[in-house]
Design a protein around this ligand. Sequence first.
Ligand SMILES: *[C@@H]1O[C@H](CO)[C@@H](O)[C@H](O)[C@H]1NC(C)=O
Ligand SMILES: *[C@@H]1O[C@H](CO)[C@@H](O)[C@H](O)[C@H]1NC(C)=O
Ligand SMILES: *[C@@H]1O[C@H](CO)[C@@H](O)[C@H](O)[C@H]1NC(C)=O
Ligand SMILES: *[C@@H]1O[C@H](CO)[C@@H](O)[C@H](O)[C@H]1NC(C)=O
Ligand SMILES: *[C@@H]1O[C@H](CO)[C@@H](O)[C@H](O)[C@H]1NC(C)=O
Ligand SMILES: *[C@@H]1O[C@H](CO)[C@@H](O)[C@H](O)[C@H]1NC(C)=O
Ligand SMILES: *[C@@H]1O[C@H](CO)[C@@H](O)[C@H](O)[C@H]1NC(C)=O
Ligand SMILES: *[C@@H]1O[C@H](CO)[C@@H](O)[C@H](O)[C@H]1NC(C)=O
Ligand SMILES: *[C@@H]1O[C@H](CO)[C@@H](O)[C@H](O)[C@H]1NC(C)=O
Ligand SMILES: *[C@@H]1O[C@H](CO)[C@@H](O)[C@H](O)[C@H]1NC(C)=O
Ligand SMILES: *[C@@H]1O[C@H](CO)[C@@H](O)[C@H](O)[C@H]1NC(C)=O
Ligand SMILES: *[C@@H]1O[C@H](CO)[C@@H](O)[C@H](O)[C@H]1NC(C)=O
Length: 274
Amino acid sequence: MLWLLLQVWISCLWMGRSEVVTSFASCPQFFYQNTPPNNTLLPQSPAWICQYYNKSYYYATLYNITGRIPVYSAYIYQPGTGNRSQTWMVEPQLMGPTYPMEMLTESTLTTYYNVTLQQISQNQAVNSDYTNLTGLNRGHLNPNGHHNTNDSRMATFTLTNIVPQNITLNGGAWNDYEQKTMKNKTQNCINKTYVITGAVPGNRSVSNGRVNVPSHIWSSACCRTNTTMKAWAAIALNNQNRVTLLNLGQLEANLTQLYGKGNVSLFHKDCPRK
Ligand SMILES: *[C@@H]1O[C@H](CO)[C@@H](O)[C@H](O)[C@H]1NC(C)=O
Ligand SMILES: *[C@@H]1O[C@H](CO)[C@@H](O)[C@H](O)[C@H]1NC(C)=O
Ligand SMILES: *[C@@H]1O[C@H](CO)[C@@H](O)[C@H](O)[C@H]1NC(C)=O
Ligand SMILES: *[C@@H]1O[C@H](CO)[C@@H](O)[C@H](O)[C@H]1NC(C)=O
Ligand SMILES: *[C@@H]1O[C@H](CO)[C@@H](O)[C@H](O)[C@H]1NC(C)=O
Ligand SMILES: *[C@@H]1O[C@H](CO)[C@@H](O)[C@H](O)[C@H]1NC(C)=O
Ligand SMILES: *[C@@H]1O[C@H](CO)[C@@H](O)[C@H](O)[C@H]1NC(C)=O
Ligand SMILES: *[C@@H]1O[C@H](CO)[C@@H](O)[C@H](O)[C@H]1NC(C)=O
Ligand SMILES: *[C@@H]1O[C@H](CO)[C@@H](O)[C@H](O)[C@H]1NC(C)=O
Ligand SMILES: *[C@@H]1O[C@H](CO)[C@@H](O)[C@H](O)[C@H]1NC(C)=O
Ligand SMILES: *[C@@H]1O[C@H](CO)[C@@H](O)[C@H](O)[C@H]1NC(C)=O
Ligand SMILES: *[C@@H]1O[C@H](CO)[C@@H](O)[C@H](O)[C@H]1NC(C)=O
C-alpha cells in the first residue's frame, strides 16, 4: 500500500514537470498508425510539443525555436461549433524542464512562476509579436473549428500553433478549405481523419526579426473509408488568396523541394500518395 502511494506521489510530481523530449512519445495517438512525418522536416532547434491543456493532450506540434513558428501541428479532425477564445497561451516547457508542461497565459506565468516576459519570449513567439502586423494575422495550423469541445478548441489558442498568415488568405481561401473542402472530403471517412498542417519558412520576418513569415501554408489528411484508405492535400502561397488542392504524393514532392532536406514523408505508408 505504501509502495503504491509512493508511486502515485512520484507520478504526480512527474506529471507537473515537462520532460526534455526528442520525440512525440507522449502523444503518438495524433498520428495515423502512431507514425509522425520523417525527419526531413526537422529544424535545427526543434521542440516536440505534446499540446497539453486542462489535464489532457489535444494534439502534437513540431516547433521551430529559431523561427519561432511551428513546422506543423498534427491532430484528429472532429469539427464542431463553440466559442472562440479571446486569450492566447504560450508553452512554459520551452523555457526549460522545470516549468509546467501545460500551456498557460503569459500573465499566469509572470504572476505565479516568477518569470519575466523576456524569459518567456526567448524560445517562442509571444502576444506582442503579433499585435502590430500589417496584412498578416494569427493563422492557426490546427484550427479551433476542427474541434468540438471547449477544452479542445481552447487548446488551439497557443502561439506555438500559430504563424503570421496573410489576413485575406486566413479569412478567405484557407478558411474555405478548412470549413468546406474538409467537410466535403471527409464525407466518406469512417473512424478518424488524421490531419497534419504546416508552414514552409519564408525569407521574411516580423517583430524585429523574431518571427518568421512562412512562404507557404500546407495541409494533408488521411482516413479510412468503407472500402479503402484515402488521402488528400492542399497548399497555399502566403501572399495570395488561393489554395491549390493536390494529392498527398504531390504535396510531399513539393515540400521535398521547398525544404530541401531530402524526401519528405508526412504519413504512414498506408495513406495513398495518389
Ligand atoms: C477542465 O476539465 C474538467 C473536466 O475534465 C471540466 O469540468 C472543466 O470545465 C475544464 N476546465 C475548463 C477551464 O475548461
Ligand atoms: C526554422 O526557422 C529558421 C529561421 O526562420 C529557418 O531558417 C529554418 O528554415 C526553419 N526550419 C524549418 C524546418 O522550418
Ligand atoms: C459561449 O459563451 C457564452 C457566454 O460567454 C455561453 O453562454 C455559451 O454557452 C458558450 N457556447 C458554447 C458552445 O460553449
Ligand atoms: C525570482 O527570480 C529572480 C530572478 O530569476 C530571483 O532572483 C528571485 O530569487 C526569484 N524569486 C523567487 C521568490 O523565487
Ligand atoms: C508598428 O509597426 C510600425 C510599422 O509597421 C512601426 O513604425 C512601429 O514602430 C511599430 N510599433 C510597435 C509598438 O512596435
Ligand atoms: C464552454 O465555455 C463557455 C464559456 O467559457 C461556458 O459558458 C460553457 O458552459 C462551456 N461549455 C461546456 C460544455 O463546458
Ligand atoms: C464535393 O466533392 C465532390 C467530389 O468528391 C465534388 O464533385 C463536389 O463538387 C464537391 N462539393 C463541394 C461543395 O465542394
Ligand atoms: C460503411 O459501411 C457500414 C456497414 O456496411 C454502413 O453502415 C455505413 O453507413 C458505411 N459508411 C459510409 C460512410 O459509407
Ligand atoms: C476503427 O478504429 C478502431 C480503433 O482504432 C479499430 O479497432 C476498428 O477496426 C476501426 N474500424 C474500422 C471499420 O476501420
Ligand atoms: C495578402 O493577400 C492579398 C490577396 O491576394 C494580397 O493582395 C496582399 O498583398 C497579401 N499581403 C501580404 C502581406 O502578403
Ligand atoms: C508547390 O506549390 C506551390 C503553390 O501551389 C507552387 O507555387 C510551387 O510551384 C509548388 N512547388 C513544387 C516544387 O511543386
Ligand atoms: C523520409 O521518407 C522517405 C519516403 O519514405 C524516404 O525516401 C526518405 O529516405 C526518408 N528520410 C528520412 C530522413 O527518414
